[in-house]
Design a protein around this ligand. Sequence first.
Ligand code: FE2
Length: 421
Amino acid sequence: MKVDKTINSFLLYLAVFSMLITGYYVNRIALSNNVAGEYVTQISLTGSRLSDKVYATVSKNSERKIADVYSTEYACVLYNISDSAMKNWKMLLTVPEGTIVESTQNAESIFYTDNSTLIISPEDYNVEIGSYEAIDFFVSLSTREEFNPGQIKFVGYQDYTKKHDYLGGVIIAAIFIWSIAFVGFLVTKYNLRSYYDKQQNSARIILQSMNTFISFIDAKDPYTRGHSKRVAMYAAEMGKRMGLSEDEVQNIYYAGLLHDAGKISIPDAVLNKPGKLTDEERRCIQDHTISGGNMLKQLSSIRGIRETALYHHERFDGNGYPEGLKGEAIPLYARIVGVADSYDAMSSNRVYRRHLNKDEIIEEIQKGSGTQFDPDIVKYMVDMINDGYVNVVKMETSDSDEDSKDFHLSESDIPGVYMGY
Ligand SMILES: [Fe+2]
């Protein structure tokens, strides 16, 4: 799915990039043809005439008559008075039929006649007349009758390339920005992926470590196998429904997994004793909270783990253990895990009793609301029972319990419900 998204984004960028490149070249080609810049003007030659783009003069330089032929030299000046260069220009002059071009004094220009039209144009059509620059040349014509040019037609193309190529600039800027955005997108994508990989790897290590630890707890107390994971899931679900952040929900999940870590310190003879416990044995069992808290001191990087192990048997009315904390003095995670822990105890079979049914559990939990449990948390647990969430979880985990002798978190749990990503 992620790969598909990346390919889609890549193709989108590629399409836009191609459109911009195409647009840019179409624009360049259009401008180089200068179609929009064609400029045609008629310039009268009764003296020097000025158009709004070109100033041109054709003046008689000298004239001599040999027999019936008039040989006249004309001096031509073209002055470009526009803001951009003039390209591909030519001058057309109407002359008497039979006019002969005798000589030119500008090697850059060629002169030829087409019937009665004398066409004067640069040899290679590429002689530019720059903005506010002039070009001048001479032409000698031989005519049978005296000839005074009356009109000249000038055709030229203004070069808009530099002056008006806004579109080109905009497209170049857009391509530049899109390129940076695309590279940024790829870099971010790469960084995010490697960040998620690292995060997932860290999460995997944490869960595998916890998994190993849970196997010690389960080995110690086989009757409650799967208890830690179920409590973790119920507690995390409550945290989620309470609107806690993903990080908090994740931490509650970890805290739920390890809340009974201290059970390892209870002697087997006490832990698995089927009959009634003596006061000393009961104290010994209760001490799993203190030893759990001590064991998990080292795990300070995950917030709330130690406190949850230490305080998950405190009661909201202050009659719990080990410290008799009351109300909100009991850390939130411990209050949540305390409810989840009791629900799982009531909904699981024990050596000394069968599990309670749904109504009995709800009744028990509500009876404990405000005394054993935080009433604000109880309502979430009751909702979870009523809407069937916990039954689903229970079935999933119960099956696993029966099918496998070693009930552990699996690799597939890693990106699971409470991994937050
Ligand atoms: Fe416990």
